[in-house]
Design a protein around this ligand. Structure first.
Ligand code: ZN
Length: 298
């Protein structure tokens, strides 16, 4: 059955290396609840495997990820299929409480877990990586991008102050982060490399091999040393206030959701959806249709 086709593939291309492949290319690897839990399970599997030292996160299809699947309508029913991995389990509470709990589990919770995995992670990014897509590559230790990759943040157009895991000011200079957020314009692969957000840029045809070569180089290092040095760098960034700042941004993110619920009856400004995320879906996919009649003048 199509429903049971896994969204996430788990491969072991060579000793010491696991490759997790997002395989929902027909929806630009948009993330719904099942997608994220399958991805989290794959990360856990690689983290628990003694012989895995480096984990590659790759994507099948034209785009790395279009972000959250805004067409998912039965969040809570889907959520019930999976055991939570964080203490936040109040998803059925009314209003902001339930919405915030769910996002603490699926977004900030998962991102923190993946960022802190005791193995080295490398994202291989091609095509579009939009908003929630950043929550997949940014928690990784290294990023290899193909020359057609584009990194974009479109949440402001939806009335929201950035995606749930607000790493922007740590991934790039704060002034560039503001430009990315305020304009919603994409950052190309080469510029992303120049500002330090991406490690290497390679031709599209070479992405898989170049990522594997980098993984192989790191897999040769002593695994306890790679784990310790990862913790040292992550600890330095956390000492600068990353985690505390993210908590503030997450609260503001939910103020945006609550405001949109009051004004539009939807968790985001519907005016921003058509202009951005929906068009990255493959032809033939039915994009989200906002009830235009509910949108008042700004
Ligand atoms: Zn949100």
């Amino acid at each position: 059955m199509t429903e049971e086709h896994p969204y996430i593939l788990y491969e072991t291309p060579e000793p010491g290396i696991a490759r997790i492949v997002m395989d929902r290319g027909n929806a630009a690897n948009a993330q719904d609840t099942r997608f994220l839990y399958e991805l989290n399970a794959a990360f856990d599997r690689a983290a628990a495997a003694d012989d895995v030292r480096v984990i590659i996160l790759a994507a099948n299809g034209k785009h790395f990820s279009a972000g959250h699947d805004i067409r998912e309508r039965n969040h809570l029913e889907n959520q019930d299929r999976f055991a939570p991995v964080t203490p936040f389990q109040q998803h059925r509470r009314p209003g902001a409480e339930g919405r915030m709990s769910r996002e603490e589990e699926l977004y900030t919770g998962f991102c923190e877990r993946w960022r802190n995995l005791p193995k080295i992670t490398i994202a291989a990014v091609q095509g579009k990586c939009v908003s929630g897509g950043l929550l997949l590559c940014w928690p990784c230790d290294l990023i290899v991008a193909s020359d057609d990759a584009e990194f974009q943040e479109v949440t402001v157009a939806m009335g929201i102050a950035g995606v749930e895991w607000f790493a922007h000011p740590w991934e790039m200079h704060p002034r560039k982060a503001k430009e990315m957020l305020l304009t919603g314009e994409p950052i190309g692969a080469e510029e992303a490399r120049q500002i330090g957000m991406v490690n290497r840029v390679v031709p599209r045809a070479d992405l898989a091999e170049a990522t594997l070569l980098l993984a192989r180089r790191i897999a040769r290092q002593p695994s306890f040393a790679t784990k310790m040095v990862k913790q040292a760098v992550n600890g330095a960034v956390d000492a600068q206030g990353r985690h505390a700042a993210n908590q503030i941004a997450f609260a503001l993110h939910h103020l945006g959701h609550s405001h949109a619920m009051e004004v539009y009856g939807l968790p985001v400004d519907p005016g921003g959806i058509h202009a951005s995320v929906a068009k990255t879906y493959a032809p033939g996919d039915e994009p989200f249709r906002a009830p235009a009649a509910t949108k008042p003048a700004k």
